[in-house]
Design a protein around this ligand. Structure first.
Ligand code: HEM
Length: 440
């Protein structure tokens, strides 16, 4: 235990003494700059003496402590996502979470992943068939539509692109657009909440219709499996709905962002792009990639990992202490919050030399560029680590390979791409790409 009870941190007095211009500039530059400067001032862990005490850390040992070794002393922080996701895996806690996780885990078995891989490549080929050389498109939006289609088809056998006004796609985009903004109390007339509710109701209608149909005619899909249950005790309709919505949300935006940033980085790294193309040409030639090819493809995996290091889609993870505990040697009272800054852990020179440079090779086995075994955590860690990690890694590699095999992504010149740190780490404005066909 350290000698002081609290980590250092800003106090009313210390902030008040700083020139107003310095503080206001820092805040106006955005959340990431603000937090980075605080780490520079106070070190790896700092303390905010708010009404709820907050501990903010970027150190891999602290992250590991909170997520893994002391995981049972912490719970997730309630977020505004709850109203949309209900009691799905991402938001639930305790016994309910444990039971649901056990039930849903088999959906990500090896056999199922092989099956899903086919869906991933098929849907990518369908998308690519609509792309034309020289065309300009919104990179992030293309990735969102594709990854949503993949997860809907894989999990629900639902075709999310049956029309431009697809209700599931619409609901997901409303949820993403309003994430973090729906903070007013429910009893106040609230247009954001009303919009979310309308989109969620329309989506629920579709989902419940599918659930009811599978109840009548069970197949070997995930919905039928969850309805039947492993021990004859199937999932309730409402619970199943919550889990499916959770999988749609957790399972598409994150992967879409990983791909968006991967293409964004590749477009600015001609050397890395050339090596990727060479490998794709050698291993695949003209045929689309398959699950089995992943064993022989190195670059897509390295690129995806490095992109998620530089731009982790879930860039900070909040937790609340359920009981009195500690972190980094500091005692923590029950109810305190801990913010784990994955983004700053991934950008720390001590663990990742030249952290601002896109260097996929740092993820090669035996690379001496990974200097702390807990410093890389795009999927979290411990019991609440990402359930879809393998699904996501397979999907990101296959989609990257299938797209890069056919098209070079160029960025429309003059774009000032800025980060938009909300629930996930996306771009502030659409990233416009120009497609260049590799084979015509
Ligand atoms: C690149 C893509 C992805 C990234 C970076 C990612 C990241 C994460 C992270 C960091 C967590 C832990 C959150 C926390 O500790 O607070 C998480 C949880 C979760 N993820 Fe993912 N994820 C991705 C893709 C997916 C996919 C494809 C699925 C499902 C199809 C999925 C389903 C889930 C679920 C259900 C949880 C909650 C697990 C639990 O609490 O038991 N994720 N994800």
């Amino acid at each position: 235990m350290t000698s002081s009870t609290f980590p250092p941190g800003p106090t009313f007095k210390s902030e008040w003494k700083r020139p107003f211009r310095e503080v206001s500039e820092e805040i106006s530059q955005g959340l990431l700059v603000h937090v980075r400067k605080r780490f520079e001032r106070f070190g790896d862990i700092y303390f905010l003496a708010n009404r709820t005490p907050v501990y903010v850390t970027r150190h891999p040992d602290h992250v590991h402590e909170v997520l893994v070794t002391r995981a049972s002393s912490f719970k997730k922080r309630a977020q505004d996502l709850d109203t949309f996701l209900g009691q799905g895996l991402l938001t639930s806690d305790g016994e309910l979470w444990r039971k649901q996780r056990r039930l849903i885990q088999p959906a990500f078995s090896h056999a199922n992943l092989v099956r899903y891989a086919e869906v991933m490549v098929d849907l990518t080929q369908q998308t690519l068939a609509g792309w034309r050389h020289g065309e300009q498109r919104d990179l992030n939006r293309e990735m969102m539509e594709l990854t949503l289609a993949v997860v809907c088809k894989a999990v629900l056998d639902y075709d999310a692109r049956r029309g431009a006004n697809d209700v599931v796609a619409h609901a997901m985009s409303v949820l993403q657009g309003t994430a973090g903004l729906d903070v007013l109390p429910r009893w106040l007339p609230n247009p954001i909440h009303a919009r979310k509710k309308k989109a969620a109701d329309a989506m629920d209608e579709v989902i419940y219709a599918i659930i009811d149909e599978r109840k009548e005619n069970p197949g070997d899909d995930l919905v039928s499996q969850l309805l039947a249950g492993t021990d004859g005790e199937g999932m309730e309709r409402q619970q199943l709905r919550d889990e499916l919505v959770t999988l749609f949300l957790a399972g598409h935006e994150t992967t879409a962002l990983a791909l968006t940033w991967a293409f964004f980085l590749l477009a600015q790294s001609p050397g890395e792009e050339a090596v990727l193309h060479q490998e794709l040409d050698e291993v695949l030639g003209d045929r689309p990639p398959t699950f089995a090819d992943l064993e022989h493809l190195t670059l897509p995996g390295l690129i995806v990992q490095e992109s998620m290091r530089m731009f982790p889609p879930l860039y900070f993870l909040p937790r609340v202490a359920k009981e009195d505990t500690e972190v980094g040697g500091y005692p923590l009272a029950a109810g305190s919050e801990v913010l784990l800054w994955i983004y700053f852990m991934h950008h720390d020179e001590r663990w990742f030399p030249k952290p601002g440079e896109f260097r996929p090779q740092r993820f090669l086995p035996n690379s001496d560029m990974l200097r702390h075994r807990h410093a890389y955590a795009p999927f979290g860690a411990g019991p609440r680590a990402c359930l879809g990690k393998n699904f996501a890694l397979i999907e990101a590699q296959l989609l990257l390979a299938a797209i890069a095999q056919r098209f070079r992504v160029r960025l429309v010149p003059g774009q000032d791409v800025k980060l938009n740190p909300r629930v996930t780490l996306g771009p502030r404005a659409p990233i416009q790409m120009i497609l260049e066909a590799r084979r015509r």
